[in-house]
Design a protein around this ligand. Structure first.
Ligand code: CUA
Length: 410
C-alpha cells in the first residue's frame, strides 16, 4: 500500500501504464493467436495460401493513430505526475510554524515546510535539517502527514533516493542540487476527502472539529507511523546494494523530542564536563576508568574515530567525512541499514546491536567492501599502525570497548 500522495500518484501512473500495455498485449497477441489457429496447416489441406496484402491506407493510418493515442494516454498523466512530484506544495498545515512545537525555530522559517538536505556518499546517507541545526545519518525522522521538502546532493558519484512506500526515485548528482517533496500519509483535508465528508475540499470550521482531528490523528498513528525502508536505486560502486536507509515517521511531539535530543547530544561517561574530561585525558588518562571511558579514549585516540565522525556534545569529535554518530545507540541499524538490530516489536535488540557494532568495527571491509572507514589513504581503521609504524589493527578487546561506548550513545 502506498503511504502518501506521491507514492499514490506513482502507483496510479504505474497501473495506468499496466492497463495500456496490457491492452496492447492482448490485442496484438489475440490477433496473432487467432491467425495461427485459423490458418494452421491441416491434414490433406487443399486451401490456397491466403493472399498477401500491401498498402492498405486505412489500416496503416489507423495503426499509427492508435499508437499515438495510446502514447498520449500515457504521456499526459506522466508529465502531470512529474510536475506534481517536483513542485513542493504550500500546504498551510505543513508550514513549520503550524506544527513544530520545539524550540529555536527562526521566525522566517515559520512559513516554510520542513527541509531536509539529503547527501549521498559511497555508501551511506547524511540527512541535514538546516532549519533545526541538526544532522543525522542513514535513519531520517519525519513528522506524519506533513509536506517535507528534500534537497538532494552527492559528494562523489550518482546515487538515487528511493523510499518505495512514500516516494521516489530522484537522483543525487554531483555538482547539482535536485529537489523533491515527500509526505508520509495524507494531510487533514485530503484525509477528509477520502472519508467522503461533504465539502471537505474547502477548509472551514463546519468540517473541522476536535473529534475529526482526533480521528485524523488516529489514522496517522495506526496507518502511517512506522519504520520505512529505503534504498539507493542507482548503481554507485561495489557496495551499492549495501547503501540502504530508513525513515521513521512520528507525530509532531515525538519529532520535537527527537530534535531536542539530537541538539543536546552526549555528556561524558562519568558526568564530568568535557573540559574536565579532556584535561584529565591529557594529563593522566589512567584516571578515566571504566569500560565506557576506555571506549571513549580509544574513540578519541588510537582508533581515530573522531577525525571522521561528529558526536554532538563532544567538542572534539568534529569530523565530517563519515556519518554523524549522535545517538547512534538509538538507531535501529548500522552501516547504512545493512546491519539490522530492530526487533519485531520495534525495539532495539541489544545483543544484536552489540554484535553489529563489533562486526562493523572489526571487519568493516567485509561488511561493506571498498568503504572509506577501512581504507582512507592512511586514515582508515584497516591502516592503523603502532609507534614503530607497523600495521596494528584494533584488538578484539579494543573493538569490544569501542562497541560498548557507541552503544551507550543514546
Ligand atoms: Cu548509492 Cu547506489
Amino acid at each position: 500500500m502506498p503511504k502518501g500522495p506521491i507514492a499514490e500518484a506513482q502507483l496510479d501512473l504505474f497501473m495506468l501504464t499496466v492497463y495500456v500495455t496490457g491492452f496492447i498485449f492482448i490485442a496484438v497477441g489475440g490477433v496473432y493467436v487467432y491467425v495461427i489457429i485459423k490458418f494452421r496447416e491441416r491434414p490433406n489441406d487443399t486451401r490456397p495460401l491466403p493472399t498477401h496484402g500491401h498498402g492498405n491506407p486505412l489500416i496503416e493510418i489507423g495503426l499509427i493513430g492508435a499508437s499515438i493515442l495510446l502514447l498520449v494516454i500515457i504521456a499526459v498523466p506522466t508529465l502531470q505526475a512529474i510536475w506534481f512530484t517536483h513542485d513542493t506544495p504550500d500546504d498551510p498545515e505543513s508550514r513549520m510554524g503550524a506544527w513544530y512545537s520545539g524550540e529555536e525555530l527562526a521566525e522566517e522559517e515559520a512559513d516554510n515546510p520542513l527541509i531536509i538536505k539529503v547527501i549521498g556518499y559511497q555508501w551511506w546517507w547524511a540527512f541535514e535539517y538546516p532549519q533545526l541545526g541538526i544532522t543525522t545519518a542513514n535513519e531520517m525522522v519525519i513528522p506524519a502527514g506533513k509536506v517535507v521538502h528534500l534537497e538532494l546532493r552527492s559528494v562523489d558519484v550518482i546515487h538515487s533516493f528511493w523510499l518505495p512506500k512514500i516516494a521516489g526515485k530522484v537522483d543525487l548528482i554531483p555538482g547539482r542540487t535536485n529537489s523533491m517533496w515527500i509526505q508520509a500519509g495524507d494531510n487533514f483535508i485530503k484525509w477528509k476527502e477520502k472519508q467522503g465528508l461533504e465539502g471537505a475540499a474547502t477548509a472551514g470550521p463546519a468540517i473541522d472539529s476536535p473529534k475529526l482531528r482526533e480521528q485524523y490523528a488516529t489514522y496517522l498513528e495506526e496507518e502511517i507511523h512506522d519504520y520505512y525502508y529505503g534504498q539507493c536505486a542507482e548503481f554507485c560502486g561495489e557496495s551499492h546494494a549495501r547503501m540502504l536507509f530508513r525513515a521513521t515517521v512520528v507525530d509532531d511531539e515525538e519529532f520535537a523530542e527527537w530534535v531536542a535530543d539530537e541538539r543536546t547530544g552526549h555528556a561524558t561517561p562519568d558526568g564530568k564536563t568535557w573540559d574536565d574530561w579532556y584535561a584529565t585525558y591529557a594529563e593522566n588518562p589512567d584516571l578515566l576508568e571504566g569500560k565506557l571511558n576506555e571506549g571513549l579514549k580509544l574513540f578519541m585516540g588510537r582508533a581515530k574515530c573522531a577525525t571522521c565522525h561528529v558526536v554532538k556534545g563532544n567538542p572534539r569529535a568534529l569530523g565530517v567525512a563519515g556519518p554523524n554518530l549522535t545517538n547512534i545507540g538509538s538507531r535501529m541499524s548500522l552501516a547504512a541499514g545493512w546491519l539490522n538490530h530492530r526487533a519485531e516489536d520495534g525495539s532495539i535488540d541489544q545483543e544484536l546491536q552489540y554484535d553489529n557494532f563489533f562486526k562493523w568495527i572489526k571487519e568493516t571491509e567485509v561488511v561493506k567492501p571498498g568503504n572509506l572507514m577501512w581504507k582512507a589513504n592512511g586514515g582508515g581503521i584497516g591502516e592503523l599502525v603502532d609507534e614503530q609504524g607497523e600495521l596494528a589493527l584494533l584488538t578484539d578487546d579494543e573493538v569490544h570497548l569501542i562497541s560498548l561506548y557507541l552503544q551507550s550513545l543514546k
